[in-house]
Design a protein around this ligand. Structure first.
Ligand code: NAD
Length: 279
C-alpha cells in the first residue's frame, strides 16, 4: 500500500482550517513568522511551500529575511522582536543557517511557546520526558500517519536510520513515548541490514539515495522514507522504492510522502501554539 502523504496532509489541513475558523470567531488570526538567513535556493523553496500552505488554511504568515553575512546578534535581535509580538504565535527559523551562525544559539532565542519546529531545548526536553508539547514536525507527521493507518506502536519493533536532531532523535523519543522498541542506526552503524531487517516500522532519514534495498527490509514492514535528494532531474528518497514497495505493507513515496505531512504538522502546531497562547 502506498502511504499517500498528500491525502493525509489534506485531511490535517481541513481539520486545522476548522480550528483557524474557530479562532477567527474570537477575533484571532494565528500568525507564523519564518526567518530566512541568506539565499539558499532550497530553503527559499521550502519557505514558499510553507507560506502557501499557511494561506490555504487561513494562517497569516510573514517572512523575515536577513543577509547571508548577518551576525548572530542581528539574527537573535530579530527573533526577540518576533517573540514580543502578540500577532505572531509561531516562529520558524529555516535551516541550514549560513556557516558561522550557530543554529543552537539562534534556536535558544525563540520563545519556547512559539517554537513551532519543536527544536528549542525546553520542548526537546519535554519530549524526552514524555510530556510532548511542540515537537519536530517530520517525526510528528510519521506518528500521525502510523495512527491513521492503525499501526500501533506499543511493543512494535521500530528501526530509525539517521540520528539527527531534526528527525532521528526526536522520532526515537516519540516512538519510545508510545512504547515501541526502538533501534537507532547511523553512519557508524556496523551492519545496517542486520538492524533494518528487524523493523516492523522502518523510518529512514539519511539523505543517501537507494541506501535501503529490498533485502534489508522485513516483509510486511511500514516504511517511511524521509530522505530528499536530487539525482539528475529527479527527487528521490533513501529507499529503493520500486523494489521495496513489493514487500512492504505500506510505504511513503518521494516526493508526496513525508514532505507534505511535515508541512501539515507545521500548520497544526502553529494553531496549537496560538490556542495555547490565548488560553
Ligand atoms: P543529517 O545530515 O543531519 O543526518 C543524516 C543522518 O543519516 C545522520 O544520523 C547520519 O549518521 C546518517 N547517515 C548518513 N549516511 C548514512 C549511511 N550510509 N548509513 C546509515 N546512516 C547514515 O540529515 P537530516 O537533517 O536528518 O535529513 C536527512 C534526510 O532527510 C535529508 O535528505 C533531508 O533532506 C531529509 N529531510 C526531509 C524532511 C521532509 O520533510 N521530508 C525533513 C527533514 C529532512
Amino acid at each position: 500500500m502506498l502511504i499517500d502523504g498528500k491525502a493525509l496532509a489534506a485531511e490535517v489541513e481541513a481539520k486545522t482550517k476548522a480550528r483557524v475558523e474557530k479562532l477567527a470567531a474570537r477575533g484571532i488570526v494565528p500568525g507564523l513568522a519564518t526567518v530566512l538567513v541568506g539565499a539558499n535556493p532550497a530553503s527559499q523553496m521550502y519557505i514558499r511551500l510553507k507560506h502557501s500552505a499557511c494561506t490555504r488554511v487561513g494562517i497569516r504568515s510573514e517572512n523575515v529575511m536577513l543577509p547571508e553575512d548577518a551576525t548572530c546578534e542581528q539574527l537573535i535581535g530579530r527573533i526577540r522582536e518576533l517573540n514580543l509580538r502578540s500577532d505572531i504565535h509561531g516562529i520558524l527559523m529555516q535551516l541550514p543557517l549560513p556557516k558561522g551562525l550557530s543554529p543552537q544559539k539562534a534556536m535558544m532565542a525563540i520563545a519556547p511557546e512559539k517554537d513551532v519546529d519543536g527544536f528549542h531545548p525546553v520542548n526537546m526536553g519535554a519530549l524526552l520526558l514524555g510530556a510532548e508539547r511542540l515537537v519536530p514536525c517530520t517525526p510528528r507527521g510519521i506518528i500521525y500517519a502510523l495512527e491513521r493507518l492503525g499501526k500501533g506502536l506499543e511493543g512494535a519493533e521500530a528501526v530509525i536510520v539517521g540520528h539527527s536532531n531534526v528527525v532521528g532523535k526526536p522520532l526515537a523519543a516519540m516512538m519510545l513515548n508510545r512504547n515501541a522498541t526502538v533501534q537507532v542506526c547511523h553512519v557508524f552503524t556496523k551492519d545496517l541490514a542486520k538492524h533494518t531487517r528487524d523493523a516492523e516500522i522502518l523510518a529512514v532519514a539519511a539523505g543517501v539515495p537507494a541506501l535501503i534495498k529490498k533485502e534489508m527490509v522485513r516483509p510486511g514492514a511500514y516504511v517511511f522514507d524521509v530522505g530528499i535528494s536530487r539525482v539528475g532531474d529527479k527527487t528521490v528518497g533513501d529507499v529503493d522504492f520500486d523494489a521495496v514497495k513489493d514487500i512492504a505493507a505500506a510505504i511513503t513515496p518521494v516526493p508526496g510522502g513525508v514532505g507534505p505531512l511535515t508541512v501539515a504538522m507545521l500548520l497544526e502546531q502553529t494553531v496549537q501554539a496560538a490556542e495555547s497562547q490565548i488560553a
